[in-house]
Ligand binder design. Structure first.
Ligand code: M6R
Length: 616
């Protein structure tokens, strides 16, 4: 995910604080970086694809030294490749307005077309550049007031963004403002000036009293003051929050581990993945690329999903979604098996690779084999520019931001959201779903973010921590689920074993009686997934069978009878069957995390595992 910094100092040199701020946001991952300052009354920009060290080499000539006001950005490419030209900041044609931006401008294409028709020339492929031209276009009518111009420009924008804007007018007056609609943004006043950032970590070296912007708010910074206004332009008074994190928390944004931080990022991941793709008006989903057009999708006969580990579990969820919503048969295969098996050609017409990294060796090899067998390739992936995305005919980027913890969490949720959007698009293209039906499903998707937020509320997380503490010494667990929640049982077991080293097995609940039931005893119980679906009665009898053999049962779901019957109940918010995997997996991720914490395991770097398995 991208990072924003900015500062307006009373004196001194702003560059070191911008670079230091960018460094503090480095943990979020980035592929290009840049700064923009006002030096000798003119705006100057330096930006580079690559690392902060590459930018520092460019800054070493000292040409930008001694300026008091500036903005900086680290970019994780979404619109356009990670190049110098696409790196932020972006400016308008006059070079007087400079913008850095996190998030997505949903109607970027329409706005770009309008601006181009009016004679604007674009120099990058980013959606951000649209903002620079739009703000510049509104400056005159706003009487040169940057905050007003920004508010007018943003009224035309649909999207999800945090932005900072720097302006230098012809008389030499400089202005610095920032605005939020979605991604986080905060400001703070230090002893030597004022600061803004997308993450309070970058403000902490200057002050521990930080003001977090709410959606729709704009902050105007001067060296001595910060003024906050709302969407209507009315003044907002709000107390700054005192932050008492230590410097070593910085990398993890205040969380004890990356895994926990990434679990907590999931509501934002959902929003990012959906943003710009859900078309409620048309009752449809917009996915970039010709491949996702009606004609091409109507010719798909069978899909083959190829993936490994957690990504494979997302593939199994995709199978239920695509078969259930679009009526197309889907096979799911371990990439490591598929690549060496004799596969009759033309078993499928399209192969879908799912991967967080886009670099997993087995998955890449399996996809290349599928291509040789005549399949077209779709990538569902988190890493733009990865080998998988480059080699695929079309891709759906999940936009979860860098995932650092070895145990995949937020990428998994992003993969399922992407799979859901894909299934809806397929269903719509092939006529198995009406516009009204898609609209209904998209409505559920809109509720999902809030439901995940509710699951991550402090008291719920504490409850799961207590449960994990009590059960951390069990010999192991069976994870049981049915239907679309069967892959979640697999995922719950994988998460627990990889970070806590406890034995865990995931099973379709109906299989319990065919073998695994023999393992049940007082220190080997079951975690049972119980959404209210057509087979919940059968899940209820699974719970009874485990209890009858003395095994403890944790029930995760919504069915009141199952929750009542279990020794421990983890109730999740109601949502339709198709999205229930996401709400059921969040407690399982937290349960694994706290079991591993209790057992003193190295959570972010579990033994013997690598984040990206780029070799066989
Ligand atoms: O980068 P990928 O998504 O292709 O990685 C696939 C698996 O290696 C990965 O999901 C692995 O199973 C994780 N450690 C699970 O948490």
């Amino acid at each position: 995910m991208c990072g924003i910094v900015g500062a307006y100092q009373r004196g001194g040199d702003v560059l070191p604080s911008l670079v230091e701020g960018l460094r503090m946001l480095e943990y979020r991952g980035y592929d290009s970086v840049g700064v923009g300052v006002i030096v000798d009354g003119a705006i100057a920009v330096r930006r580079r694809a690559g690392r902060i060290a590459d930018l520092e080499k460019v800054l070493a000539d000292g040409a930008l030294a001694g300026c008091r006001i500036g903005i900086g950005h680290s970019r994780w490419a979404t619109h356009g490749a990670p190049t110098d030209a696409n790196a932020h900041p972006h400016s308008d044609a006059s070079g007087r307005v400079l913008v850095v931006h996190n998030g997505i401008i949903e109607n970027d294409k329409d706005l770009r077309a309008e601006l181009e028709a009016a004679g604007t020339t674009f120099t990058s492929e980013t959606d951000t550049e649209v903002l620079a031209h739009l703000v510049a276009a509104h400056l005159a009518e706003a009487g040169g007031d940057l905050a007003k111009a920004l508010r007018r420009a943003l009224a035309k924008v649909r999207g999800y963004y945090a932005i900072a804007v720097l302006h230098q007018d012809a008389s030499g007056e400089a202005q610095l403002v920032c605005a939020r609609e979605g991604p986080p943004l905060c400001v703070g006043a230090g002893t030597d000036g004022t600061y803004l950032a997308s993450d309070s970590l970058a403000i902490l070296p200057h002050t521990r009293d930080v003001l977090f912007l709410e959606d729709g708010e704009i902050a105007v910074l001067t060296p001595d003051s910060i003024r906050l206004t709302n969407r209507e332009g009315e003044e907002v008074e709000r107390e700054a929050q005192h932050i008492d994190w230590d410097a070593e928390d910085a990398d993890r944004g205040g969380f004890e581990h990356f895994m926990l931080k990434e679990i907590h990022e999931q509501p934002e991941v959902i929003a990012r993945c959906v943003q710009g793709r859900a078309d409620l008006e048309a009752g449809d989903v917009r996915l970039d690329g010709e491949f996702f057009g009606d004609e091409r999708l109507r010719s798909v006969e069978r899909l083959e999903v190829l993936a490994c580990g957690t990504a494979l579990h997302a593939g199994l969820v995709l199978k239920y979604l695509v078969e259930g919503l679009a009526g197309i048969p889907v096979d799911v295969d371990f990439a490591s098996e598929y690549r060496y098996r004799r596969v009759p050609s033309a078993r499928a017409t399209v192969a879908i690779g799912i991967s967080q990294s886009g670099e997993t060796a087995d998955t890449l090899a399996a996809l290349r084999k599928a291509r040789d067998q005549g399949c077209d390739l779709i990538a569902i992936c988190n890493a733009q520019g990865s080998t998988m995305v480059r080699e695929a005919d079309a891709s759906i980027l999940i936009q979860a931001g860098p995932e650092i913890g070895v145990a995949s969490t937020k990428a998994f949720v992003g993969m399922i959201v992407a799979a859901y959007l894909f299934a809806l698009r397929l269903g719509r293209a092939r006529g198995s779903l009406s516009g009204e039906a898609v609209r209904e499903r998209l409505g559920e998707l809109q509720r999902l973010r809030g439901a995940v937020e509710a699951l991550l509320a402090k008291e719920r997380v504490e409850g799961l921590r207590d449960l994990a503490d009590r059960l951390a010494d069990q010999k192991g667990f069976l994870f049981l689920g049915r239907g679309i929640n069967y892959p979640i049982a697999l995922e719950g077991a994988l998460k627990l074993k990889e970070i806590s080293y406890l034995h865990a097995e995931g099973y379709p609940a109906g299989e319990m009686k065919h073998g695994p039931i023999a393992m049940i005893e007082p220190d080997l119980g079951a975690v049972v997934l119980a959404p209210m679906d057509g087979v919940v009665d059968k899940v209820r009898s699974n719970i009874e069978q485990v209890k009858a053999r003395g095994g403890p049962v944790v029930c995760v779901g919504t069915d009141p009878a199952c929750l009542e019957l279990a020794d421990d109940a983890v109730e999740v918010p109601e949502i339709g069957e198709w999205l229930s995997p996401i709400l059921n997996v969040v407690p399982l991720q937290l349960f694994s995390y706290y079991v591993a914490l209790r057992r003193g395991c190295d959570i972010d770097k579990p033994r013997n595992l690598a984040k990206s398995v780029t070799v066989e």
